[in-house]
Design a protein around this ligand. Structure first.
Ligand SMILES: *[C@@H]1O[C@H](CO)[C@@H](O)[C@H](O)[C@H]1NC(C)=O
Ligand SMILES: *[C@@H]1O[C@H](CO)[C@@H](O)[C@H](O)[C@H]1NC(C)=O
Ligand SMILES: *[C@@H]1O[C@H](CO)[C@@H](O)[C@H](O)[C@H]1NC(C)=O
Length: 296
């Protein structure tokens, strides 16, 4: 009995945690949309809680800072586009572009560029991928948070090389018409080249992520394609619940067998011949019923 209570309590707590999670999720991530200017339908919906890990030059050295992108930030409707050609590393890439303006952080932007271009391993344009992320940091906007900066603004950008797909490019993709779904934390390098070839180092971390680009004629996400990390963690829940239920069944059986073994011999004999008798003679029950009455 005690075990059963513990178990239902456990299931209640699990349910409560997932409800609380869902409620806080909505408030704890930014939602950014880019709309097609003719149809007014979104071509990109990007939901995530975003953190930036930036290194900046100080007067005599370097400093690392973590910047949380305010969830109240918005898409820049002037720069974002459903069809733009981006030139980078000597390539022209037909893209969709989302620029996020960081709320209350003047001069801070993040550009996310998506493409179906087959040079980015998109299964002959059947998939879209996030192939470039550029950050503009305006350290001068808040000298208290970013003390002793050498340059007021700093650009960080993901160097694009189709022969050597970036972490982001190789991870954040989905079939056209589907959405990329990844609730767990994922941290990617924008520039982890520490010899300053592409400027100071930068990383980006996403949480509670759902992304879809190249959307057409719909304003809701297509079927989810879950990232590998969350495929395994999500599978754990049914396993835990299943094991708890299986444990309960075994427990009930064991308790019953123990209880039964404590019954006096006469009680067991009272029950047993009756049960045996019933099942043995199930076919001609008329006679059996009378004979069983006779026996009593
Ligand atoms: C906007 O939507 C229309 C109709 O679906 C489409 O023909 C057009 O190419 C879209 N524009 C862009 C920029 O994607
Ligand atoms: C995107 O723009 C180019 C030229 O600017 C055009 O050729 C192409 O058809 C457009 N694509 C879409 C999907 O609208
Ligand atoms: C990112 O920055 C690089 C280097 O300045 C530039 O070539 C590229 O066009 C930019 N990409 C986007 C998506 O803004």
């Amino acid at each position: 009995m005690k075990q059963k209570c513990t178990c239902s309590l456990f299931i209640m707590v699990l349910t409560f945690i997932s409800i609380a999670d869902a409620a806080s999720d909505a408030a704890n991530k930014g939602v950014y949309k880019v709309v097609n200017s003719t149809t007014k339908e979104p071509c990109i919906i990007f939901q995530a809680d975003i953190y930036l890990y930036l290194t900046y030059h100080t007067s005599d050295s370097e400093k690392d800072v973590i910047v949380h992108v305010p969830t109240s930030s918005t898409a820049d409707t002037g720069v974002s586009s459903c069809n733009v050609t981006i030139t980078t590393s000597g390539m022209s890439v037909e893209s969709q572009l989302l620029r996020v303006n960081l709320d209350h952080m003047n001069g801070w932007t993040i550009d996310f560029a998506f493409t179906k271009d087959n040079r980015f391993k998109t299964e002959k344009e059947k998939q879209f991928a996030l192939y470039q992320v550029n950050i503009t940091a305006n350290f001068a906007s808040d000298p208290t948070a970013f003390p002793d900066f050498k340059y007021p603004t700093q650009q960080y950008y993901l160097h694009v090389d189709p022969n050597d797909l970036s972490d982001i490019g190789g991870s954040i993709f989905a079939s056209v018409g589907h959405s990329y779904y990844c609730p767990s934390e994922q941290k990617y390098a924008i520039n982890d080249n520490d010899n300053d070839k592409y400027g100071p180092m930068a990383y980006i971390k996403f949480k509670l992520t759902t992304i879809q680009a190249f959307m057409e004629d719909t304003d809701s996400f297509g079927p989810k394609e879950t990232c590998p990390t969350d495929q395994s963690t999500l599978d754990l829940v049914p396993i835990i619940v299943g094991s708890a239920l299986a444990g309960l069944i075994v427990l009930t059986l064991v308790v019953y067998l123990i209880y039964r073994s404590f019954l006096p011999e006469e009680v067991l004999n009272l029950v047993n011949p009756e049960a045996h008798f019933d099942s043995d003679t199930a076919s001609n029950d008329e006679i059996d019923k009378t004979s069983s009455i006779e026996r009593f």
